[in-house]
Design a protein around this ligand. Structure first.
Ligand SMILES: [Zn+2]
Length: 139
C-alpha cells in the first residue's frame, strides 16, 4: 500500500476556503460557528451566503459546544489503516444549541450507551496547523 496511511498514520485534511477559516477559528481549542452579521443566524458547514437572508457578511462566534446527539454510526471495520487501533469507534451528528448540526467523533461513551438526545459537549484537539479534530463527549 502506498500513500499517506501506509504506516497506519491518520490522514490529516488540509482545509481550504471557508473550511480553513472554520478550523483557524477553532485552533485555540474552542468551537466557533459562522454567524450571519445581518440577521444573526448561525450556519454550518460554512457557506458564503446566509440561507435566511442572503447576506454575504459573517463572523465567527465562539460556542460552548453543547448539544444533543441527533444520530450516529459505529464503525467496526476500518476503511483507513490509521483508524484500525480505534475500532469500534462512533461518529455522531450533534444538534448544537445555536441551531446547527456538527459532525464529530463520539468519545468517552460506549457505543451501546449512545442514545438520541444524549447531552454532549464538543471537545476540540488541534492536530496540525490548520486542522482540529472535533469530538463530542457526554456531559
Ligand atoms: Zn442572515
Amino acid at each position: 500500500m502506498t500513500g499517506p496511511n501506509a504506516a497506519g498514520r491518520k490522514y490529516v485534511p488540509r482545509p481550504t476556503g471557508l473550511n480553513a477559516e472554520f478550523y483557524e477559528a477553532a485552533s485555540g481549542g474552542a468551537l466557533h460557528l459562522q454567524r450571519c452579521s445581518d440577521c444573526g443566524r448561525f450556519r454550518h458547514p460554512p457557506r458564503y451566503y446566509c440561507a435566511a437572508c442572503g447576506s454575504g457578511t459573517y463572523d465567527w462566534a465562539q460556542s460552548d459546544g453543547q448539544g444533543l446527539l441527533f444520530s450516529w454510526t459505529v464503525t467496526h471495520r476500518a476503511y483507513d489503516w490509521g483508524w484500525a487501533d480505534d475500532l469500534p469507534y462512533a461518529t455522531g451528528v450533534v444538534d448544537i444549541a445555536e441551531g446547527v448540526r456538527v459532525v464529530g467523533a463520539l468519545e468517552h461513551v460506549a457505543p451501546e450507551e449512545l442514545a438520541i438526545g444524549l447531552p454532549v459537549r464538543a471537545h476540540l484537539a488541534p492536530v496540525e496547523e490548520g486542522f482540529v479534530f472535533i469530538s463530542f463527549r457526554p456531559r
